[in-house]
Design a protein around this ligand. Structure first.
Ligand SMILES: [Zn+2]
Length: 704
């Protein structure tokens, strides 16, 4: 029956894979920055305390009329209409620090050149500690892309600030860079360029070394129309200059103009075949600023809050999460790898030290590990198994009436000559009942095993098989290999030694301990299907820690599981390796890191309902590693039209399955396994000036 189920599901798996992996669209990418625009204005619009004469505003009443609204949502839309009516609706916007969704600079300087280096080269560099015109030693994502087909010769940058030829290392990188008051000698309409160059010559700079943003925008548009670049960088500068000058009115107008330029460019590109539906915009800033009547003008090391920035992503491969992005901090260093990822390119892998792309900001590339992992490949990674399961031959060895429920102890065969003991709980009343496979934790409690979920051992937070039975579920809690009654039968190896033995010898046989755990868990599902009290269409799974890990793998591997909850059960291998976190042997599935990491496993569960319960101070599962995994899952669930079926329940605290988490977990199972099937189907669619030596040159009185 298992084999029939598995092959029957292959078609479903293939269909789900196709759903989960729509063809990627992005062929062009535009990176836009506006210097020193605060996250405060981006997320809350004009700040009332600054709409005054003391903030350099020449006509406060007029400015207030233009930008003040009663709600933050209305204010920000009045200031930045493209960001809020288009990008935030169709793309993703990071950095609302007021909601704990922080985007931050990691270079520690919070001023321009270090920030531009970080966002363009994908990492902070302590060597870059001034705005001096020194050639950047780092390869920017623009230079890297320009060295690769099909982007070679099709990368261009238009920048208001005249330091960019050095930041972008024009001499070495070979990319088209037009910056400051340099003449526009690039491809374009000859007459229009002549007019632009005349205006450029006839204009007095408002800030030293900085061209007006209107001219930078006009230059970009001219080049895009004439040369059709694949990768464009636009760097606006007036927001920072007007802030340093203490003119909040000009600052707001510059921000609004940046938004309008962005809209106009977006619209213009949508009118060109090469770009229409195939272009991703990434929008950000080089640093934040301080707050208050004086602080807002400045930024730098001495103003720690100026490390807070914002990042927007909009394009055909960006799931429309708006502001509802993961509550994990993203960093400025993630901008460059995200720009590359939008094109399906892996900058982080190519250049040592580069940060990872922002998780979930762009869909993985066709052919990337996350997309390639299907259920058959997962089973391959889990290693060799017996050709077929033996007959279960179940036996009941004990029955205990607990009053409200009946507890049985049973055994059944998982492999030839290998029987597994399990507790089974049967509610009283009229069935059939929904059923839940309850996998015990690890916790070093090798002697406990199934006794934990059954309420016979461990701490009360582990008693979920008993608690769910009292809630009306048939539940089963088997011992996993090396736990409970399945410790070393020879008695030679104690506790974790035996777990290690079982894991290591399997590796030599082309098997894995994870594969064994999944095999045995699927036999528990087989057992549940033999019970007449069980509604086979309503089977779920739950587990904490090792149990949460097993719930992830078993639910991914076996589509008989219709809904599941994993508590404190996983984070990405990438983050576990980064933080040097050791784990149980089964967690390390050979080849999984290269096959898409834990996110690819979670993606296989779509569209079946899955709740990720976790705690933010869990030392063995860092929240960013959980969120990275969940982000990949979210993209797959969204692609399957089932965004509401992948959810998270996070709370502060260490590694534990708290009462609040269990209540959320049980409510999740109730929602998906207790409602009649028709209902379940229906719900599925729904710086102050830095030291003098850091200035950009004698001609530049202010630091960016
Ligand atoms: Zn500045």
């Amino acid at each position: 029956m298992w084999r029939v189920t598995a092959s029957g599901l292959a078609a479903v798996a293939t269909a789900a894979l196709l759903l989960a992996a729509p063809a990627r669209q992005t062929e062009n990418v535009v990176l836009i920055t506006t210097d020193g625009l605060r996250w405060q204005e981006v997320f809350s619009g004009a700040e009332e305390a600054l709409l005054v004469k003391d903030a350099g505003v020449s006509d406060p009443d007029a400015l207030r009329k233009e930008f003040w609204r009663d709600s933050a949502a209305a204010r920000r839309e009045a200031l930045l209409p493209f960001l809020w009516t288009v990008l935030a609706k169709q793309g993703q916007l990071f950095g609302n620090a007021a909601q704990g969704r922080v985007a931050r600079v990691t270079n520690g300087h919070n001023f321009s050149y270090p920030g531009y280096n970080e966002l363009l080269s994908g990492r902070a560099d302590p060597r870059i500690d001034s705005n001096d015109k020194k050639p950047n030693p780092n390869v920017t994502v623009l230079e890297w892309l320009n060295g690769r087909e099909p982007y070679r010769g099709r990368v261009a940058a238009f920048c208001s600030w005249d330091v960019f030829p050095w930041i972008l290392n024009r001499e070495r990188s070979g990319i088209v860079v037009n910056a400051g008051f340099e003449p526009m000698t690039f491809a374009g309409d000859r007459d229009r360029l002549a007019v632009l160059n005349q205006v450029l010559t006839d204009t007095t700079p408002a800030a030293d070394g900085v061209r007006h943003d209107s001219l930078t925008y006009a230059a970009t548009l001219e080049y895009v129309r004439a040369a059709r670049p694949r990768v464009v960088y636009i760097s606006y500068g007036e927001t920072d200059d007007w802030a340093h000058a203490g003119r909040y009115d000009h600052y707001l107008h510059s921000a609004q103009r940046f938004d309008r330029f962005t809209r106009q460019l977006w619209d213009a590109m949508q009118g060109i075949d090469q770009y229409r539906g195939k272009t991703t915009f990434v929008i950000t800033t080089d640093h934040g600023r301080g707050s208050g009547l004086t602080g807002w003008k400045s930024h730098g090391e001495k103003i720690p809050e100026s490390e807070n920035i914002w990042i927007g992503v909009l394009g055909p491969d960006t799931p429309a999460l708006g502001e509802s992005t993961p509550a994990t901090a993203v960093t400025q260093s993630q901008v460059a790898p995200t720009v590359a990822a939008a094109l399906g390119e892996n900058f982080a892998q190519a250049v040592p030290g580069v940060a990872a792309p922002i998780a979930g900001a762009v869909r993985p590339a066709a052919g990337s590990p996350e997309v390639r992992l299907d259920r058959a490949r997962l089973l391959e990674l889990l290693g060799r198994t017996p050709p077929a399961p033996p007959p279960l031959a179940p036996k009941r060895v004990e029955t205990v009436d607990l009053g409200d429920v009946v507890r049985e102890k049973v055994t059944y065969a998982v492999e030839a000559d290998e029987r597994v003991p399990a507790f089974v709980f049967i509610p009283k009343g009229t069935g059939p009942f929904p059923a839940v496979l309850c996998h015990h934790q690890h916790g070093g409690e090798f002697h406990v095993g199934k006794d934990g979920p059954a309420g016979l051992g461990s701490t009360p937070d582990q008693h979920y098989a008993l608690e769910l039975a009292r809630r009306g579920y048939v539940t089963i809690a088997p011992d996993a290999l090396a736990f409970g009654e399945r410790q070393d039968p020879t008695g030679k190896l104690k506790k974790g030694e035996y777990e290690r033995f079982e894991a290591l010898h399997r590796i030599t046989e082309g098997k894995s301990l994870q594969g064994k755990y999944v095999w045995d868990a699927r036999r528990a599902l087989d057992y549940l299907e033999t019970r007449t009290e069980v509604d086979r269409a309503r089977i779920g799974m739950i587990g904490h820690s090792l149990g949460g890990q097993e719930t992830l793998f078993t639910t991914a591997a076996d589509t008989r599981i219709q809904a599941a909850v994993s508590s404190c059960g996983f984070a990405s291998l990438r983050v576990l390796e980064r933080d040097h976190i050791l784990h149980n042997f089964a967690l390390f599935v050979p080849g999984l890191a290269e096959a898409g990491d834990y996110g690819a496993v979670l993606a296989l569960i779509a569209p079946r309902p899955f709740l990720v319960a976790a705690r933010s101070q869990d030392p063995i599962f860092p929240l960013d590693g959980i969120e990275e995994t969940v982000a990949t899952g979210r993209a797959a669930f969204a692609a399957a039209g089932a965004s509401d079926r992948l959810d998270t329940f996070y709370e502060p605290g260490p590694h534990q399955f708290s009462p609040a988490m269990r209540e959320a977990a049980y409510a999740w199972l109730d929602r998906w396994l207790k409602a009649p099937k028709r209902e379940r189907a229906a719900t599925s669619r729904a710086r102050p000036a830095p030291p003098g030596g850091r200035r950009s040159g004698p001609s530049r009185p202010r630091t960016r």
